[in-house]
Design a protein around this ligand. Sequence first.
Ligand code: NAP
Length: 260
Amino acid sequence: MILVLGGTAEARELAGALHARGIAVTTSLAGRVARPRLPDGEVRIGGFGGPDALARWLVEHDVTSVVDATHPFAERISAAAGLACAVASVPLLRLQRPGWSDRPGDRWTWVADLQGAAAAVGLLGERALLTTGRQGLASFAAVRAVWFLIRCVEAPGPPLPPRHELILDRGPYTPAGEGALIDRHRIDVVITKDSGGSHTVAKLDAARERGLPVIVVRRPARPAAETVVDVAAAAAWAATTEHPRRGRRALADARQRLAE
Ligand code: NAP
């Protein structure tokens, strides 16, 4: 069975492609979203309990390979996958969409993290569209000079910036829709993670059209791993790891290492 670490559109597409080829696939979701869009194949929900527990899970479920298709900002699960796959002798591939690059007309300021975005936002505008997700919003809690339009899939918990409005939406978004949102709320600066991909890129197009500054949070470093950038390449890789299945010896070795 192939384990796809999910939580992204690409993970869903990959599970669908493998399932369509008759390859057994289980997608793992963290359980952050109350009603996630479910992929084809089996689904398990919730954390594993760290790298050791993930390694045990791989062995117990006879996992032949793992595709880490998590979001580029999901640091901990990627680190855990690297450790667990090494311990359990399971091949690991990362499916990671390329980051965004600025184009003529863009006014981007790159920052290292959300704290950097919070420090920069008051220098660039007064009304910010904040699209970095519900985690880490505490970084903006002390920013009083800026009003925030916070857009998340699920409602965030406190602390939040003192002056804000919250909208819950999961996209997909269009440049026209994003432009209308920006105009309606008189947004003068946009804050985003460098998520990459097409699903959330429309806000960048809308900001460019209006000449608005954008604060872009750089991706965190993730452990080195064999990486592909598209679903077709990941599906081809996963299909080749499925046959032949790992030999009994490799599995017994992994069980022995985990027992020690
Ligand atoms: P994270 O910081 O890397 O992970 C925190 C913990 O959540 C992990 O240690 C693990 O718990 C559990 N976890 C994360 N992803 C999991 C998965 N696919 N299956 C099972 N357990 C998982 O991750 P995060 O940034 O909180 O993101 C959580 C999920 O949301 C990820 O699946 C990611 O693809 C998706 N997502 C994240 C972002 C983002 O901006 N971070 C954006 C869109 C989607 P244990 O230690 O107990 O195993």
